[in-house]
Design a protein around this ligand. Structure first.
Ligand SMILES: Nc1nc2c(ncn2[C@@H]2O[C@H](COP(=O)(O)OP(=O)(O)OP(=O)(O)O)[C@@H](O)[C@H]2O)c(=O)[nH]1
Ligand SMILES: [Mg+2]
Length: 674
């Protein structure tokens, strides 16, 4: 298999809203480049990218998929991602592979919720940006208006590099052509706009351009830098089904999209130090952008973006968690279900390793250490508590789900203080999709229920001079500890602080950490309602040691008890998680949504009107009030709304809620005793 120079690679990640045509676009590129001899289609389930049973059943991608082609002496890697919000984890992870993110927008549906989300994420992450408008053949499309909307929402760096011609039967390249006819807009104006967007990336060229003529070669030489700098966001038009505009897109990927030499440079962070990665350097460094198990064989494949150096199967690779390292084993390319072994994984390329204990975002290296940032990943806010249908399956369930949490950074499994097994995901669809896989592939069935809200306990006041003596001095070896502490509130988010304020030797130095340990243990268990304690300060001010009977455990017990006592006297309060809720609905539903939010203790934060008769309503609201928001929203909007929930902060709950939660806890404790 040919090995390319680093400058000959192009890494393109397709992102966008569900159903916008990403997979179809990838299929069209593969077919046009001669990789497949038949155009794969998601509609008739012949796509080589949407291969899993879930994807076929859902009629949309549920995981990212990698494919590649060669075009004009370049190796183009394409990562197709799922557009559904539920599967945003694999889509965001895939950005780690990108030099350019192609935001795919359906010409028929226009800008949608995830168009905006993924555009913003890719922009913030700093990779090059391009927009592909699909379905230009669909009935009643208004592409002229869509271009206006794109520029309004995503900025004036978005310029049409191609324009549809002939009622969508072809496209015209607006850089190559200074004039010509297009279905809308003016080719001459588009030509100037493209030139200006590109030359802006190079001061010398800009000057030359303003002073007179620049050559086509000079412009093309600068274009990849302009895309990488996000000052030139080319817009393309395609009809993937008829392969219109695809050849022009492939040419542009090769000519205008940044190579790994020009694209966003990643850095290795280690102990506060940043080392920029140099794609031409020798030591191997790569980052995991995808993990998936082959549903048929169960083999785990790890997609790696090679950022520097060259990796062969006999080298030793390490991560920040595993400094000893391990052999990478076979290095492969995957294309649908086909595997090809590679001699090496080389800088600028994407490749796969198998059966290794790696997660999305992990950095792998041979010599240089550190980790590379991933784009920021939304914290999964939708929880479901799981119970095994048949006894004794808990461990198997946890093990199977762990595999999925390695694949999807937006999925988390935890065992709560209350002993519940809680699976957290982006939304209901997300968590239920995992449970469906569990049943399908592992034959494991679970019962679900709404989990407890992850409240926290803290205090609003202080309690001083809390004294506790732990004494057990009858028979056998004795125990003795006496302590006096102050319990104080700390600023929200400050966590816990233990201050040793003892003058002299009232308590032996060696037992003071035992008090701290006891306090921490009690904090984890909670005091008033069984939830972890946060934001408190404990001062150890006095006490007494017994020359024989004092021991570590005695001071731990004293720490626990004194803390419990002090906490109860320091105006305990319960904190609840508040989330940022963002709801996108047709404008005529705005009033209903706002009313509903207000009735659930929500506070409006803002509202945007989007092109296309949509509005975004932003609010802060207690998590406990939106656990069922999926069904709530679809009943208000008749299925036309979408929403996202992201973690914000913790706030005290109203008094009556606190009372209820405490009562509930008491009942549970009593029930457990019986
Ligand atoms: N007419 C027309 N239909 C298209 C075009 N591109 C995609 N479609 C259709 O749109 C539907 C969705 O296309 P997909 O490619 O599966 O969309 P996707 O973006 O991959 O969707 P997710 O994986 O769910 O995010 C399918 O029925 C496609 O056949 C196009 O250019 N023209
Ligand atoms: Mg798809």
């Amino acid at each position: 298999m040919a090995v390319y120079e680093v400058g000959k690679y192009r890494n393109v990640v397709l992102v966008g809203h569900g159903g916008s045509g990403k997979t179809s676009l990838a299929e069209a590129m593969l077919h046009k480049a001669g990789v497949t001899n038949r155009l794969g289609s998601t509609a008739d389930k012949t796509s080589i990218l949407d291969v899993t049973d879930e994807a076929k059943e859902k009629g949309g991608s549920t995981d990212s998929a990698v494919c590649y082609l060669t075009h004009k002496g370049h190796h183009v890697n394409i990562v197709d991602t799922p557009g559904t919000t539920a599967f945003c984890g694999p889509a965001i992870g895939a950005l780690a592979a990108a030099d350019t993110a192609v935001v795919v927008v359906s010409g028929a549906s226009g800008i949608e919720v995830n168009t905006r989300k993924m555009f913003e994420r890719a922009k913030k992450y700093g990779v090059g940006l391009a927009i592909v408008v699909t379905k230009i053949d669909a009935p009643n499309v208004n592409l002229e208006e869509l271009v206006d909307n794109l520029r309004e929402v995503f900025g004036s760096a978005c310029v049409t590099l191609t324009l549809p011609t002939d009622g969508g039967k072809g496209v015209i390249d607006c850089l190559a052509n200074e004039k010509g006819s297009a279905a809308f807009s003016d080719v001459g104006e588009a030509h100037t706009a493209v030139l200006e967007a590109i030359v802006g990336a190079d001061d010398a060229l800009m000057e030359k351009y303003l002073g007179g003529e620049v050559s086509k070669e000079e412009v093309i030489a600068v274009a990849p830098r302009a895309v990488a700098a996000q000052t030139f966001v080319p817009i393309f038009f395609v009809n993937s089904r008829a392969e219109v505009g695809i050849a022009e897109l492939l040419d542009a990927i090769v000519n205008f999209f940044p190579s790994p030499l020009v694209a966003k440079r990643r850095s290795l962070h280690e102990e506060g130090k940043d080392t920029p990665i140099d794609p031409t350097a020798a030591d191997f460094v790569g980052q995991v952008f995808k993990v998936s198990s082959d549903p048929k064989t169960g083999i785990k494949y790890i997609g790696v973006r090679a950022l520097e150096g060259r990796l062969t199967h006999d080298m030793n690779i390490k991560t920040v968690h595993d400094r000893k390292g391990f052999r990478p084993g076979q290095i492969q390319r995957l294309l649908g279900t086909e595997h090809k072994e590679l001699e090496a994984g080389v800088s600028g390329d994407l490749f796969f390793l198998a059966k290794l204990d790696l997660r999305v975002g992990d950095t792998v290296f041979t010599n240089k250490g550190g980790s590379i940032d991933l784009p920021s990943i939304p914290a999964p806010m939708f929880p479901l508590a799981l119970e095994s249908k048949s006894r004794g399956d808990e461990d198997k369930i946890a093990q199977a789900i762990r595999r999925y949490t390695e694949e999807d950074p937006c999925l988390r499994l935890e065992r709560t203080g209350a002993g519940e097994m809680v699976l957290r995901g982006i939304d209901d669809t997300h968590v239920r999709a995992i449970l469906t896989k569990l049943k399908h592939y592992f034959k494991l069935e679970v019962l679900t229920k709404t989990p407890r809200i992850p409240y926290r306990e803290t205090i609003a006041g202080r309690a001083d001079n809390i004294e506790y003596t732990h004494k057990k001095q009858t028979g056998g070896s004795g125990q003795y500890a006496k302590i006096i502490i102050n319990v104080l509130p700390a600023q929200r988010g400050e966590g816990y602080e233990f201050v040793d304020k003892i003058f002299g030797g009232a308590i032996d130095q060696q037992y003071r950490p035992s008090v701290d340990k006891g306090v921490r243990a009690q904090m984890a268990e909670g005091v008033i309602a069984g939830y972890p304690v946060v934001d408190v300060k404990v001062e150890l001010i006095d006490g007494k040691t017994h020359p024989v009977d004092s021991k570590d455990i005695a001071f731990q017990i004293a720490g626990r008890q004194a803390f419990k006592d002090g906490f109860a006297k320091a105006r305990p309060i319960l904190l609840e998680p508040i989330v940022n809720l963002e709801v996108t609905v047709p404008t005529d539903k705005v009033g209903d949504i706002q009313g509903d939010i207000a009735s659930r203790r929500g506070r409006p934060v803002g509202q945007d009107v989007l092109p296309g008769g949509l509005a975004v309503i932003k609010a802060q609201i207690p998590l406990g009030e939106v656990m069922d928001y999926n069904s709530r929203l679809s009943s208000i909007t008749g299925g036309q709304g979408s929403f996202t929930i992201e973690e914000s902060h913790y706030e005290p709950v109203p008094g009556h809620v606190q009372q209820q939660v405490i009562e509930q806890h008491k009942k549970e404790v009593e029930a457990a005793r019986e």
